[in-house]
Design a protein around this ligand. Structure first.
Ligand code: PEP
Ligand code: MG
Length: 759
């Protein structure tokens, strides 16, 4: 059963469009269940009717013609009750409805399962049988499992279908909207540039080429390259492999001949497809055919073809990389954006980012916010490999992507972009003004840094200190651990740039979704695994070198503060403090005269919330990492788009935890700040100030907006609002009440300039 399921899903997955996918579904399910009919009805949201979209067994001419409302027929019943229905004698059911055009009267038994994707009923999958037959429990379970697996595939194919089909590369196609999650605020109107991970055939997009001859020549060179590699590999292994084992290389060489794979690729290139796209089509087609074979030996051949495809692709990509051009309004689109991809776009050309995977709390989104680039994350249904070169609009406030936008939408968003530009210009005037509320409360605003560019931006925006310097960023851009000397130089630059303002340097926080290429950590559950302080306490040599570099870098400036990430209890804190003291002693023994800097800890793990007094007593300051704290309190992976709508830093449990941390730290006489993304959200910042945070640390891009908003409210009013919101038990209601309150005060303009666009 499982292998049948797997095969069907695999086949449906690689169907070229929704229609083909549905046809495969009905044929294969009918075969697998041994029934006489299998049909798929999909819910048309416009008419709110279940429309027969594919059938194997009923009259094909009724496809697209027969439909029923949710309160009609058995299909409507399955869809509206969201439950399977298994009837031996369908005609005797009160809800049975007969459609002459389907020839349905001949079928007595009926088994239907709803197709549900992300809580939304998308349709109904039905099998029918002439004779009376009660489908057994196993059959019912099979259909339910099948439809659950197919829901995602159908949703994806539906979304793809809406931008595909007419013309090459989606040109001339009507506007389509794809929903993701907000990554970084702002809107952008631009052109999609799809970037691909190296040598990953599956994600290669289709792309039309004008110069077919050049593309053929490119492919010939790639063939030559791989042939050469195969020959030298074969001769290098001459002494290690038996001749029959080395025959594999001959098989590879054969596949590269014109009569085989190479010939097929060439034919597709001649139709105007670029070499990489042609290669993907041919290879995936062959791989699929091999994978469906029952013979285990032949199935294994699929991996040889995949391998040869990857090798050819690597050559083609090498040649392409040097020719990739970025338009002036590049919107970078990738399955999984990485910080290095952002770095490759020439300065000034990048206006937006879209990542199919990841969520608003992924580190690449944090980076995008710091750089002020509108970003949409988790656009899981976006058929990104088909949209290279087409016009896009991205709305980073709502997390939406529009492909081939209409002229009207384009004008609306161009207005939003212009309004943002003016707002930013208007906020520049605030640079030299302090962040003081209407009733005179002073709220220090600090910045989070990591990139070099953050320093200039922070200074331009009038930051009063660095609340979080993510030291892992310089570690991530290297190919090995930086030496003490290298680190010293990097840290000194940071300390000098802000001197005499304080700079809070966090000790290395890797693991989770922050990987060092030279120190890979492979885990099933990385966010609950070896990350942050756990890694550095297990590697005191890394920790000590880093702290020594920080201490030495601060000589003469004395504006260093050290911050410890991911503390879960006093044992870790004590160990880390012990190591810091040891490093300080060593550095002083070497003749560097520096005072012991203030040391603080991050509250990111719920355990630390409940031990806040014990922990705060041992440090000089506390800083809340609300990104991780929210993730762990709500058990919601900060990177997973599927649960992104559950990730909410205004959840009542998060607000209550924050209050415990503020009160506990103050009870120990220690200042407390917050450096998660929440601090840079203007509306949330009002609440954090009211709670009593002593400073807020955020990305430089948002600092002027937060300052503008806090200067328009009084602390008394903010406290009143907080008290009112803390009594609400529902996160959504908290959001609406907060937005409403700010709107009533006339303060919503910095929150979302795109709020009025109705797409
Ligand atoms: C946090 O968790 O809130 C935090 C600031 O750390 P990071 O986002 O780097 O994990
Ligand atoms: Mg964190």
């Amino acid at each position: 059963m499982l292998s049948t399921l797997r095969k069907i899903v695999q086949e449906v997955n690689s169907a070229k469009d929704l229609k083909t996918a549905l046809t495969i579904i009905v044929q294969r399910v009918k075969e697998a269940m041994g029934s006489q009919v299998c049909s798929v009805y999909l819910l048309d949201p416009e008419t709110d009717r279940f429309v027969l979209m594919a059938t194997d067994g009923l009259n094909k001419r009724s496809i697209g013609r027969v439909s029923m409302a949710p309160n009609e027929g058995l299909v409507g019943l399955v869809g509206s009750r969201e439950e399977p229905l298994n009837l031996e004698d369908a005609a005797s059911h009160a809800r049975y409805r007969y459609f002459a055009e389907t020839g349905e009267e001949r079928y007595a038994s009926f088994l239907g399962a709803p197709i549900i994707h992300h809580r939304r009923v998308m349709g109904v999958l039905v099998v029918q049988q002439k004779e009376r037959r009660q489908f057994d429990e196993g059959e019912e379970a099979f259909l339910v499992t099948m439809s659950a697996q197919l829901a995602g595939v159908i949703a994806h194919a539906e979304a793809t279908g809406s931008i595909r089909g007419l013309g090459r590369q989606g040109k001339g196609i009507a506007e389509a909207r794809f929903v993701g999650v907000p990554g970084a605020p702002g809107a952008a109107v631009g052109k999609a540039v799809v970037v691909l991970p190296p040598a990953d055939l599956e994600v290669v997009p289709d792309r039309a080429v004008a110069d077919i001859e050049a593309e053929l020549a490119l492919f010939q060179r790639a063939l030559e390259g791989v042939r050469g590699d195969m020959r030298s590999l074969s001769s290098r292994l001459e002494n290690q492999l038996r001749p029959e084992e080395r025959a594999l290389f001959d098989v590879y060489l054969m596949m590269l001949e014109d009569a085989s794979l190479a010939g097929e690729v060439t034919t597709i290139i001649k139709s105007g497809q670029w070499a990489q796209g042609a290669l993907r089509q041919v290879v995936t087609d062959h791989v699929r055919r091999f994978e469906l074979m029952d013979d285990a030996y032949l199935r294994e051949r699929a991996s040889d073809i995949r391998d040869i495809g990857r090798r050819l692709l690597a050559y083609l990509q090498q040649a392409h990389q040097t020719t990739l051009t970025y338009p002036d309004n590049t919107i970078l689109v990738s399955e999984e954006l990485s910080p290095t991809m952002l770095g490759e776009v020439p300065e000034g050309k990048l206006v937006g980012l879209v990542s199919v995977l990841g969520s608003g709390n992924s580190h690449v989104a944090i980076l995008a916010r710091a750089m002020g680039i509108p970003t949409v994350m988790g656009a899981v249904d976006l058929p990104y490999s088909k949209i290279d070169g087409i016009d896009l609009i991205i709305d980073g406030y709502h997390g939406e992507v529009f492909t081939n936008p209409s002229e009207l939408l384009r004008r609306q968003y161009a207005d939003v972009v212009e309004e943002e530009r003016q707002l930013t210009r208007g906020l520049d005037a605030l640079r030299a003004l302090p962040c003081v509320t209407l009733d005179g409360h002073r709220m220090p605003l600090w910045v989070n840094t990591g990139l070099l560019a953050d320093v200039t931006r922070a200074q331009e925006r009038g930051a009063e200190g660095v609340g979080l310097y993510r030291t892992e960023v310089p570690f991530m851009t290297k190919e090995r651990f930086p030496s003490e000397k290298e680190q010293l130089a990097i840290y000194r630059e940071q300390l000098a740039a802000f001197h005499p303002l304080p700079v809070t340097m966090r000790t290395l926080d890797v693991g989770g979704d922050k990987a060092l290429s030279y120190f890979p950590i492979k885990e099933e559950n990385p966010f609950l695994g070896w990350r942050g302080i756990r890694v550095t306490l297990d590697h005191p040599e890394i920790f000590l070198v880093q702290v020594r570099a920080m201490l030495k870098a601060s000589e003469g400036y004395d504006n260093l503060r050290i911050l410890l990430p991911m503390i879960s209890g006093t044992h870790e804190l004590e160990e880390a403090l012990h190591l810091i003291h040891r490093a300080w002693g060593e550095v002083r023994d070497e003749g560097v005269d520096i005072p012991m800097p203030p040391v603080g800890m991050m509250v990111e793990i719920p355990a630390a919330v409940y031990q806040i007094r014990d922990l705060a007593a041992q440090v000089d300051f506390v800083s809340v990492g609300s990104n991780d704290l929210t993730q762990y309190l709500l058990a919601v992976d900060r990177n997973n788009p599927r649960v992104a709508d559950l990730y909410d830093f205004l959840h009542p449990a998060v607000l209550q935890a924050l209050r415990i941390v503020v009160d506990g730290s103050h009870a120990e006489g220690k200042p407390v700040s917050i450096c998660g993304e929440m601090a840079g959200d203007p509306a949330a910042a009002v609440l954090l100030m009211a709670m009593g945070f002593d400073s807020l640390s955020m990305n430089a891009t948002n600092l002027p907006k937060v300052k503008w908003l806090l200067r328009q409210v009084s602390l008394a009013k903010a406290k009143e609002l907080l008290e009112q919101l803390m009594r609400i038990d529902n996160p959504q209601v908290i959001h609406s009440a907060l937005n409403l309150a700010l709107r009533n005060l006339g303060l919503s303009r910095v929150i979302n300039p795109a709020a009025t666009i109705q797409a």
